[in-house]
Design a protein around this ligand. Structure first.
Ligand SMILES: *Cc1c(COP(=O)(O)O)cnc(C)c1O
Length: 456
């Protein structure tokens, strides 16, 4: 099993060729199969004697791969798609092959150096100070959790004791991972309502937080405000500057969830929406969403990493971890120890193409979202639900029932044409497209809208 011989050489060529073919082709959209379909087609693959690499690969390629939707398909516009650049996917092959350990400077200094340059690019885009830094974790969920754990430890340290219940302040439109983090941490959420309509629709602002805060009995029981820089459903960027005012006033940690929308920091056409991010304490951006890297990666950046280190270092006590200056160990900045150097695919694409190309690719998708929004406004069959901040467009197909939305959506997936799913706006069923893929074209958008217009 270990050792490189002729059969390994053959298998290597087959596996690498399969990977390269997947990258070369326009992938079919594909769709899920049921468990019984997969059982019938694939059978048992883990056996005492082994299938041999050729056969295991054949079954994966022929039966299992087609049962995975291609998230990088140009007409996959549901949820938040992914759109890795070739350079990023190619280097991911190397990261696995080299079995890199990215947890400590001692074991992975070269890889950590490269990852930190990618993090520095993001920190600079946000206007964070020189001392800022962080780590790549598996996704926005663990990035948000890790930041909130750091925030609470810091609050506990400042306060000297714990209140009866801790609170984190978040918009009602915050991502479900914030609720999940609160459950894991056993803290309460102070849910702040946001306006349903008008120019500030969906946007959390400082005054709204201040008003909600007044209802708390124990104001020093709150330890953080979570803002979104691109809500998942609408792509709305919260009003970071006025939230930073409130965070200052009440001495709270301000964390920005930019899992999807943080990438917009690199796009001059929308950069003004993020004003105030330079005053926040931490933020996340998922390279696997809008920064052209494969799954899974979330960049987590802290203004003052020593505060995160104090919460996450698995050896030192709180004060030791705050005070000791040692090597940069990525494990010290999140809920994990062993880690893949998962920031390297992003770093390699950045190093290969340069940051200007990232800006151009993000701007292209924003421009396509602008085009989509214009089409929705101009075509009589459609109506815009809410004006777009970034690259998510939410709209209604006039005259459709909730069943029409699902039937059309299922039909498009079954036919391998597009993946566009219904969503909820308040209680109403509507639909949305999230555009993050530079391979998506105006013709793709036209095809989808034409099909919706002709349906039903
Ligand atoms: C996707 C998303 C998350 C969760 O990120 P994962 O990488 O899926 O864990 C959190 N917040 C927002 C705003 C998101 O769009």
């Amino acid at each position: 099993m270990h050792g490189w011989d002729e059969s390994t050489e053959r298998l290597a060529r087959e596996v690498v060729e399969l990977a390269l073919n997947r990258m070369r082709m326009d992938p079919p959209l594909d769709h899920a199969r049921t468990l019984s379909e997969l059982r019938a087609a694939v059978g048992q693959t883990v056996t005492p004697g082994g299938l041999g690499g050729h056969e295991a690969l054949r079954r994966f390629d022929e039966e299992m791969a087609p049962a995975c939707i291609s998230t990088d398909h140009p007409r996959f516009l549901a949820f938040i798609p992914g759109a890795p650049a070739e350079a990023a996917s190619l280097f991911d092959l190397y990261v696995s092959a080299a079995s890199l350990y990215g947890g400590s400077w001692l074991e992975g200094s070269g890889a950590v150096y490269a990852e930190n340059q990618a993090l520095r690019w993001l920190a600079d885009l946000a206007g964070y100070p020189e001392g800022a830094g962080g780590v790549f974790v598996s996704g926005g969920t663990s990035g948000n959790l890790s930041a909130l754990v750091a925030a609470r430890e810091y609050a506990k340290y400042k306060r000297g004791s714990a209140p009866r219940r801790w609170y984190v302040v978040a918009s009602e439109e915050a991502h479900s991972s914030i609720q999940h983090a609160a459950r894991v941490m056993d803290v309460e959420i102070l849910d702040v309502p946001v306006p349903a309509d008008g120019p500030e629709a969906g946007r959390l602002t400082g005054p709204a937080v201040r008003a909600a805060f007044a209802t708390l009995d124990e104001q020093d029981a709150a330890f953080a405000i979570v803002a979104s820089s691109g809500t998942t459903n609408y792509g709305v960027v919260d009003h970071l500057d006025s939230l930073a005012d409130v965070a200052d006033e009440f001495d709270l940690w301000l964390h920005v969830d930019g899992a999807y929308g943080g990438a917009g920091l690199a796009a001059p056409s929308v950069r003004h929406l993020y004003e105030g991010i330079e005053r926040t304490d931490s933020f996340i951006v998922d390279p696997h969403k809008w920064l052209f890297a494969p799954y899974d990666a979330c960049a987590l950046v802290y203004r003052e990493p020593r505060l995160a280190r104090a919460a996450h270092n698995q050896k030192a006590g709180y004060l030791d971890a705050i005070q000791t200056e040692t090597d940069w160990n990525p494990s010290d900045y999140a809920v994990h120890l062993s880690r893949r150097a998962r920031g390297l695919p992003l770093w390699f694409a950045l190093a290969t193409h340069g940051t200007d190309q990232f800006t151009a690719s993000i701007e292209y998708t924003i421009d396509l979202a602008r085009y989509t929004e214009q089409q929705i406004i101009e075509r009589p069959e459609f109506e815009l639900v809410r004006h777009r901040d970034l690259s998510v467009v939410v709209f209604r197909r006039l005259g459709w029932s909730p069943e029409d939305y699902s039937a059309w959506s299922e039909h498009m997936l079954d036919e391998g044409i597009a993946f566009v799913t219904p969503t909820k706006h308040r209680a109403e069923t509507v639909t949305r497209v999230a555009i993050v893929n530079p391979r998506t074209t105006r013709a793709d958008i036209d095809l989808i809208l034409d099909s919706m217009a002709a349906w039903g």
